[in-house]
Ligand binder design. Structure first.
Ligand code: ZN
Length: 300
């Protein structure tokens, strides 16, 4: 399958990159991909990458469980229990951000667990999900129409109080177009919540090329606090706050240990996950530094 090579940095448009890390696609193709770093703004991107029309093939895996509901393997059982716990925290977060229950758009809603919880909590929910199977499950579960993409006519003239992207932005080919869309569809006093893996976390530096959250080539970008801030500022948006995402550390560490050792070691991964959380919390100079981070973003 042919790959496409970005000649210019999606964040700063510079055209000079250095190779940063070669990483295997552990879940689907087992091919190696290169993560490059922009020499001007230090943005990390998977480059070259499968083009948008080819990327679907890289999601064809039983192990790519975010689109599935059944809890078969030990990984997916842990994932499910973490997810249920995490959803409560996410609903609490949006309620803290807005003092009214307004309109919420969840981009990439998967099978709809989060929007279901928001709806039950009094939010008016909208959602998108590109995977047709997951979309059907979400529509049935929530009783709302879920659009395939943000370009659906149903969303054209709408504005939202909260837009959420839980582990979605790192998958989007049209990065700048998407962030422009977010800006244009957010109410003046609205907030965008973007959760992405943190390649500067303790577990990322511990596992290096085995770090599961590189997840190439599905993750096209590997945002740091600095590059996220630059990207948002380019689009007249502002990172107001960076919050830790505690539970991701354990899950990511478990997968990373599996990739490194070819076996699941719950003890070792729990240890690295815990260390990642402790170090993420105690890293006072850099602030929050867990395996994944939640960015709270508003208009400038
Ligand atoms: Zn750059």
């Amino acid at each position: 399958m042919p790959l496409e090579t970005l000649k210019n940095c999606p964040v700063c448009n510079a055209s000079s990159f250095s190779n940063y890390l070669n990483v295997e696609d552990y879940t689907v193709s087992h091919k190696e991909f290169t993560i490059q770093q922009c020499n001007a703004c230090y943005f990390l991107l998977t480059n070259p990458r499968p083009p948008a029309e080819e990327i679907g093939a890289y999601y064809q895996s039983e192990e790519y469980i975010s689109h599935h509901d059944e809890s078969k393997t030990i990984m997916s059982r842990v994932y499910t229990s973490v997810r249920n716990h995490t959803i409560k925290g996410k609903v609490k977060l949006i309620n803290e951000l807005q003092n009214k229950k307004g309109s919420l758009l969840d981009i990439g809603c998967g099978t709809g667990n989060f929007i279901q919880a928001c709806k039950e909590n009094g939010w008016h929910v909208n959602a998108t999900e590109p995977d047709s199977g997951a979309r059907a499950v979400a529509e049935k579960r929530v009783g709302e129409t879920v659009s395939e993409t943000i370009n659906a006519p149903a969303l054209h003239n709408k504005k939202f109080d909260v837009i959420t992207l839980w582990h979605v932005l790192e998958h989007v080919h049209e990065l700048n177009e998407t962030v422009t869309w977010l800006h244009d569809h957010l109410h003046e006093d609205g907030a965008i919540i973007i959760a992405v893996p943190n390649p500067q976390s303790y577990d990322a530096t511990e596992y290096r090329r085995f770090w599961a959250a590189y997840d190439v080539p599905r993750h096209l970008y590997h945002f740091t606090k600095s590059t996220m801030k630059k990207l948002m500022e380019k689009h007249q948006l502002k990172v107001m706050k960076v919050l830790p995402m505690w539970f991701d550390s354990f899950y990511v560490s478990m997968l990373s240990t599996k990739y490194r050792n070819n076996a699941v070691s719950l003890v070792n991964s729990a240890k690295t996950g815990l260390l990642s959380n402790l170090k993420g919390r105690s890293a006072k100079q850099e602030g929050t530094n867990t395996s994944s981070l939640i960015y709270i973003i508003t208009k400038k």
